[in-house]
Design a protein around this ligand. Structure first.
Ligand code: IDP
Ligand code: MG
Length: 172
């Protein structure tokens, strides 16, 4: 009886550890040219930063046509594709990699729906946008796509492994 109890406890502990491992994610975020032109870099980064998700990479860059075509390849056949590439390459951007538990879902929630008119108040697109073609920010929609997009904009050695001192106040 005691033996059974011990093994059940062990299984639960293993499952909990596994959960933590599975949910630790990397998310790719880009502040688009309209966000930079409108002077919103600090404001928008603050919204992501204050969640407790950890920034592990950041750069200010003008996206090249080649980068944009790779990034938005999935939208190649869409009618808005050419304008999307023109928009994302039109002025500097801020590219970021953000890490933490459920980083993709949490970031996408803060970013809001694609069209600012559908985006909830309190989200970045809901609070700062009006036009789907000027929706301020990109965030990958899955861990897999985040990995691919991070690879377009960052070398692995540009991502910093660090421990925020407040980490225990954000996660158990
Ligand atoms: P997401 O950015 O919310 O993930 P996606 O459907 O992946 O949305 O579209 C990528 C980007 O393409 C959007 O953020 C927006 O900039 C642009 N886009 C999407 N649909 C339209 C459209 O109907 N007209 C103009 N631009 C669009
Ligand atoms: Mg998308």
């Amino acid at each position: 009886m005691i033996q059974e109890h011990v093994s059940v406890t062990l299984i639960i502990n293993k499952t909990q550890k596994l959960d933590k491992l599975i949910t630790m994610e990397r998310e790719f975020v880009m502040l688009k040219p309209d966000a930079v032109q409108r002077g919103l870099i600090g404001t928008l980064i603050n919204r992501l930063e204050r969640t407790g998700l950890k920034i592990i990479g950041m750069k200010f860059l003008k996206v090249t046509k080649e980068m944009a075509e790779k990034h938005y390849e999935v939208h190649k056949a869409r009618p808005f594709y050419a304008k999307l590439v023109e928009y994302i390459t039109s002025a500097p951007t801020v590219a970021m990699v953000i890490e933490g538990p459920n980083a993709v879902a949490i970031t996408r929630k803060i970013v809001g729906a694609t069209h600012p008119a559908d985006a909830a108040p309190g989200t970045i697109r809901g609070d700062f946008g009006i036009d789907i073609g000027r929706n301020l920010i990109h965030a990958s929609d899955s861990v897999e796509n985040a990995k691919m997009e991070i690879g377009i904009y960052f070398k692995e050695e540009e991502l910093i492994d660090w421990t925020p001192t407040l980490a225990p106040w954000f996660t158990e």
